[in-house]
Design a protein around this ligand. Structure first.
Ligand SMILES: Nc1ncnc2c1ncn2[C@@H]1O[C@H](COP(=O)(O)OP(=O)(O)OP(=O)(O)O)[C@@H](O)[C@H]1O
Ligand SMILES: [Mg+2]
Length: 235
């Protein structure tokens, strides 16, 4: 059984559908990348999984349970975390405070919070150096590390990261993707949204989205296949 199973999912804003019935799975432990250009529907997809948008029809099954209803906070408790597009760190709080807020759902389990904090500072040593700095004064790359770290603090089983590489230099984008791969190797399933095909080498599964439809899906070695890049660049 896949950790996440999406079936015939339709999501829209008002009367206008944006996702026209998409199907995909994410297996436990893998890194899945959802690729597509501006306006393809990537953020809409992860927002629906996080419970921020209501599905018009179709189903979202997580760990065998239907998620079609359920508030965003229940979904965090069930093990789903979203690192949102545009980072959205709390600018007037310190790095450490931002991270602790990420562990809100685990606040009665101090051991878990401590363990997650150790993991995050190990993934992103830069955050330890900056622990007391106000988040709003961090560089773009550091804010992205903080946003991913904050999502990791909730001890998710499924970590969704929406366009981590946006606005980052190629080197910093790699740093964030490499950390993502380490997060996954420690047992967290990752669904990352990207416009940047540079994320493909880090993925076990790739989904190509165009205008609210999945036009191509690839797993394993197929991802390394040049056809996928061609298909994407040809979008
Ligand atoms: N709040 C909203 N109200 C109405 N339409 C919206 C809203 N948010 C997104 N849309 C529309 O839904 C479509 C998909 O948007 P979405 O944000 O999911 O794309 P995306 O793939 O994440 O793009 P990007 O890479 O630019 O972030 C777009 O046509 C967009 O204009
Ligand atoms: Mg988006």
């Amino acid at each position: 059984m896949a950790l996440l199973e999406i079936k015939d999912l339709v999501v829209g804003y008002g009367r206008f559908p944006v996702l026209h019935g998409i199907d995909f799975v994410v297996e436990e432990g893998e890194v899945c990348v959802l690729l597509g250009l501006n306006g393809a529907g990537k953020t809409t997809t992860v927002s629906a999984i996080a419970g921020l948008l209501k599905a018009t029809s179709g189903s979202i099954t997580f760990d065998g349970k239907a998620l079609t209803r359920g508030s965003p906070s229940t979904r965090v408790k069930s093990g789903i975390a979203l690192c949102p597009e545009g980072r959205r760190v709390f600018p007037r709080l310190s790095v450490a405070q931002n991270l602790r807020l990420g562990a809100w759902s685990k606040r009665r389990r101090p051991k878990v919070v401590r363990h997650q904090m150790e993991l995050v500072l190990d993934y992103f040593p830069r955050l330890e150096e900056r622990a007391d700095q106000m988040a709003g004064t961090l560089s773009g790359g550091e804010q992205q590390m903080l946003a991913v770290g904050r999502a990791v603090m909730s001890e998710p089983r499924l970590l969704m990261i929406d366009e981590a590489s946006m606005g980052l230099s190629p080197t910093l984008a790699r740093t964030v993707w490499e950390a993502t791969a380490r997060i996954a190797s420690n047992g967290t399933t990752v669904l990352m949204v990207e416009q940047n095909a540079g994320a493909l080498p880090f993925a076990d599964r790739a989904l190509l989205m165009e205008k609210g439809t999945l036009i191509h899906q690839a797993v394993g070695d197929e991802i390394r296949d040049v056809n996928l890049r061609d298909a994407y660049l040809g979008v």
